[in-house]
Design a protein around this ligand. Structure first.
Ligand SMILES: Nc1nc2c(ncn2[C@@H]2O[C@H](COP(=O)(O)OP(=O)(O)OP(=O)(O)O)[C@@H](O)[C@H]2O)c(=O)[nH]1
Ligand SMILES: [Mg+2]
Length: 382
């Protein structure tokens, strides 16, 4: 076909026949191939004969050695392996993790939470830069179960952590974007271990302060920071007493410009309120600070606070005992999740469930009766 020949005008199928040329709408035929002269790509199959560059697969030892040498490319690939949902990858990942385990644990794990927009990423950028200056090797991870829907923190991280993401000494990994909070948490915990084996000594884990995610992140870190805004009101910030009780430090952020006085007043208020709350860590009194990620004021104080926390809790044994409890709880959480998955995949359960659900909805059987029947069906089939 002569590409330059004028195309025949076409009317859309739904156009009235009698409309003739006077009808205002017509369809322009699509171009063949890409606009840039490259052959069209259907999006499903690779075009035969086109060059595809496949990365050579790595052995368990390749992964382990690469991570221990802090090879950034292999570190990234190891985390991708850990984040994979495929059974074969999971098996390989566990072999790699087993070998890495003796090299893990030597970092301080810090969780950072707060409502969207409170300034978590900007704080991490300022705090991370401070840590680099001090000679530490920070790694930044995000736990955001909503990111598969919103693309949220990934976009935020890239723009808010510009100078950190350009610095080779720091490693930034956006939230794994698929699955439930439990799935995201499993991946993040294992990613933390991989980063530790690669020599990162301060792990910063950003999470959105909505719903369950801060509780999950609390259960995987040593020190937990809650960022808050002055004058926004607890209601507005979705802050419940329970969340404040998770924190080892509260930071009233954006304490700069006109906001500074307000931030100081908020700090005093929270400091008073904290006397009535249970501290998050045994033997540690939760403190409130003001800080600004823009001016850098208050940033160094936070690090000395965390350092002090580490020394104190290591001496008392609270640091180590929390980590052990966290590992055990993690095992139980994973066990419950896997059992749940096995149950709901069982063919007899799959078959019986819709009918039993209907009966519960109609009120012909009680939920307890339904559960017992389902368990019997499951047990009869395993
Ligand atoms: N003045 C001032 N602005 C700040 C400060 N920290 C953050 N901001 C601004 O607040 C906005 C939100 O900051 P982010 O760091 O993206 O907030 P976030 O909590 O990571 O947000 P999400 O990832 O979407 O939950 C940005 O426009 C920042 O520039 C600060 O200390 N002072
Ligand atoms: Mg952010």
């Amino acid at each position: 076909m002569d590409k330059l020949a004028p195309k025949k005008e076409k009317l859309p199928e739904w156009a009235p026949q009698e409309g003739g040329k006077g009808f205002a709408c017509h369809v322009v035929e699509g171009v063949e191939g890409g606009h840039d002269g490259i052959a069209a790509y259907s999006g499903t199959k690779p075009i035969s004969g086109s060059p595809r560059c496949k990365r050579p697969s790595l052995t368990v030892n390749d992964y382990v050695e690469g991570v221990l040498k802090a090879d950034r490319a292999i570190l990234g690939r190891t985390i991708t392996l850990v984040e994979s949902n495929s059974a074969a990858h999971m098996e390989l990942a566990q072999k790699v993790l087993k070998k890495l385990l003796p090299y893990t644990g030597r970092s301080i794990r810090i969780g950072i939470t707060g409502v969207p927009g409170v300034g978590k990423s900007t704080f991490i950028e300022a705090f991370g830069r401070y840590l680099l200056e001090k000679g530490y090797k920070p790694a930044v991870l995000a736990v955001d179960p909503s990111s598969s829907i919103t693309g949220g923190s990934i976009l935020g991280d890239k723009t808010r952590m510009e100078s950190l993401s350009r610095d080779n000494r720091c490693f930034i990994r956006p939230s794994p974007s698929s699955g439930t909070l439990g799935g995201v948490a499993r991946k993040s915990r294992e990613t933390m271990l991989v980063c530790e084996a690669a020599g990162y000594d301060v792990l910063l884990i950003e999470t959105v302060g909505v719903g369950q995610s801060e509780i999950t992140v609390r259960s995987m870190v040593d020190f937990f920071i809650l960022l808050m805004l002055a004058g926004a009101g607890d209601e507005l910030q979705g802050i419940k007493k329970g969340i404040i009780e998770l924190a080892d430090a509260i930071l009233i952020t954006k304490a700069d410009g006109n906001n500074k006085t307000l931030a100081k007043a908020a700090r005093n208020e929270y400091a008073n309120a904290l006397h009535y709350l249970r501290p998050a860590t045994e033997g540690w009194q939760t403190e409130v600070f003001t800080c600004s990620a823009v001016t850098g004021e208050g940033i160094s104080k936070i690090w000395s606070l965390i350092d002090n926390f580490r020394t104190k809790t290591m001496e008392s044994g609270a640091f180590e005992s929390r980590r052990r409890r966290q590992a055990l709880k993690w095992m139980h959480t994973m066990l419950s999740e896997q059992l749940r998955a096995i149950f709901f995949k069982n063919p007899s359960v799959v078959k019986a469930l819709p009918e039993i659900e209907k009966e519960v909805l109609n009120g012909t059987i009680t939920p307890t009766f339904a559960v017992n029947s389902l368990i019997n069906i499951f047990e009869g089939n395993t």
